[in-house]
Design a protein around this ligand. Structure first.
Ligand code: NAI
Length: 491
């Protein structure tokens, strides 16, 4: 096996430190450079402290960590790293700074060296403009914390040589990462596809459709590790707002990416989340407990009639078994009926609209079924007097009912549909492949499934209906169905 090449790591802040650790653990000698005097040595000390903890836990041996630390070499000037065949920069997120750094590196490093940027939002094409060898510049976008997160987006700009991107992909794989190929477009894959996770939550909060702790419980019920509000509090409302603004501006102010007034107000008030002690929640307390919604218990022996066919109807029949399922019956809608009350899974239309257009006297809609037993599920009734009974039926089926305003697509269904839609547009525009999008979202932000896996589960027609119902309600450009979904492609 050939000796791994030397790497020059520039900017040893949060990300640079993590990337340096990964590369050194993979056997590379890593030169550490930072414009801040002493920062490189300090970064090495911090990595050593991390290693001490891992050795104490028995996860690494002292011999291994000593060898790795010996490969981390702080340097005082960029020129001290001139033997490197790969330079990775993780300096401040500014085009002018990154651009001039790469101009310096081009003159300094061997002609065959690869230049990689860890930028999270700047165009790789723009960074490469004016370089002598722009074909050797590639995005190598790690996720925080770099030693733990498996995803690396390998981003190619207009002039990046395919062979260079491929080499970087192979390297990332050799470092135990999963590289996913992305075209240099605003937000690349993860930061773009993830936007609706925050945007739909913020939209519902703006309408006062439900409380942050309800939203978080609902999305956790759908399998996400963290709900959108607690996640924004963790990331920092200021940081999350900045990324949203960047993606919005970079897309020529496409209204689909419009930032939220709710978020802007929090940021303007200095309510950044955990780091400032308050965001959607106060800290250290965090989210308050959910207030149970008013519920009328289902009378014993009261039959539950399941409507529709397919996976959701089967799950409902399974959940209703102990209450005596009258029988599953073919129906234009999927859900359950108890007496005169129809509880339909949302197709995007609010309950009031179903009541009005179909002349149904008693109707409520419920959200995607939770993936965990006892998980929270949103519902909304067309008439307030039916809410308690609807809650009782959902509770009898084993879920925790959460009443919210009668908003189109409720909470989880609209979020998933919009995530799928954004991913479909990314694929349409050649940013990534469906498999790449799935891997990126699962490995970069820990989603419980990839957008194309959800598409498989929900079905293309359902996703299109959900978004069309949102569009019918709000009008404008935000809820436009991706042509990729309309084309009916599933691969
Ligand atoms: P940071 O602020 O923690 O570290 C930046 C470091 O670069 C500092 O130590 C600073 O002294 C140094 N620096 C600035 N200009 C320099 C220059 N011209 N030459 C040498 N050193 C210089 O920033 P962080 O969070 O590590 O971000 C670095 C890059 O990684 C940015 O491009 C950011 O967008 C990207 N990124 C950040 C992620 C995050 O979660 N923080 C995730 C993925 C990418």
């Amino acid at each position: 096996m050939s000796t791994p090449q030397d790497i020059l790591l520039i900017g040893v802040g949060v990300m640079g430190q993590g990337i340096a650790q990964v590369a050194a653990q993979a056997g590379h000698r890593v030169f550490l450079f930072d414009q801040l005097e002493g920062a490189a040595a300090k970064a090495r000390e911090k990595i050593a402290a991390t290693f001490d903890k891992l050795v104490a836990k028995g996860k690494l041996t002292r011999a291994d960590t000593d060898a790795t630390l010996a490969r981390l070499v702080p340097i005082a000037t960029l020129a001290d790293g001139r033997s490197a065949l790969l330079a990775i920069e993780a300096v401040v997120e500014r085009l002018d700074v990154k651009h001039s750094l790469f101009q310096q590196l081009e003159d300094l490093l061997p002609e065959g060296a690869i230049l990689a940027t860890n930028t999270s939002s700047i165009s790789v094409t723009a960074i490469g403009a004016g370089l002598k060898r722009p074909e050797r510049l590639v995005g190598m976008h790690f996720f925080n914390p770099a030693p733990l997160m498996k995803l690396v987006e390998v981003v190619h700009g207009l002039r990046t040589d395919v062979a260079i991107a491929t080499q970087v992909e192979q390297l990332a794989r050799a470092w135990g990462k999963t590289p996913v190929h992305a075209r240099s477009t605003p937000g690349f894959i993860v930061n773009r596809i993830a936007r609706p996770y925050y945007a739909e939550a913020l939209m519902l909060l703006q309408e006062r459709a439900l409380a942050p702790e309800q939203l978080d419980a609902l999305l956790r019920g759908a399998g996400f590790r963290m709900g959108p509000c607690e996640l924004m509090d963790l990331i920092g409302l200021d940081t999350n707002y900045a990324v949203t603004q960047t993606v919005f501006a970079a897309n020529f102010y496409d209204r689909r990416f419009t930032p939220s007034l709710v978020q802007r107000e929090l940021v303007e008030g200095g309510l950044y989340g955990r780091k400032s002690g308050q965001g959607f929640y106060r800290y250290p307390e965090g989210a308050p407990a959910l207030t149970p919604c008013a519920s009328t218990a289902l009378a014993p022996g009261r039959g539950i009639e399941v409507h529709g066919s397919g996976a959701v109807a089967s799950l409902l029949a399974e959940a209703a078994r102990e209450h005596g399922v009258t029988h599953a019956r073919a129906s234009a809608w999927t859900g359950v009926q108890v007496g005169a009350l129809q509880l339909r899974q949302t197709d995007g239309r609010p309950a009031w609209q179903i009541a009005q257009s179909e002349g149904v006297a008693h109707v409520a809609v419920f959200d995607e079924l939770p993936t965990t037993a006892g998980g929270a599920i949103a519902f909304a009734a067309a008439h307030p007097q039916d809410a308690a009974q609807a809650a009782g039926v959902l509770a009898a089926l084993g879920w925790q009912p959460v009443q919210m305003a009668d908003a189109p697509g409720l909470a989880v269904a609209r979020t998933l549909a919009m995530l799928v839609n954004e991913a479909a547009d990314a694929v349409l525009q050649g940013v990534c492949t469906p498999d790449g999008a799935d891997a990126a979202m699962k490995l970069g932000v820990n989603y419980p499934a990839g957008p194309f896996e959800w598409l498989q589960r929900l079905g293309r027609a359902r996703v299109v209906h959900l978004i069309e119902a949102l569009d019918a309600c709000y009008r404008g450009e935000r809820y436009r169905v991706s042509p990729w979904l309309r084309r009916g492609e599933t691969t």
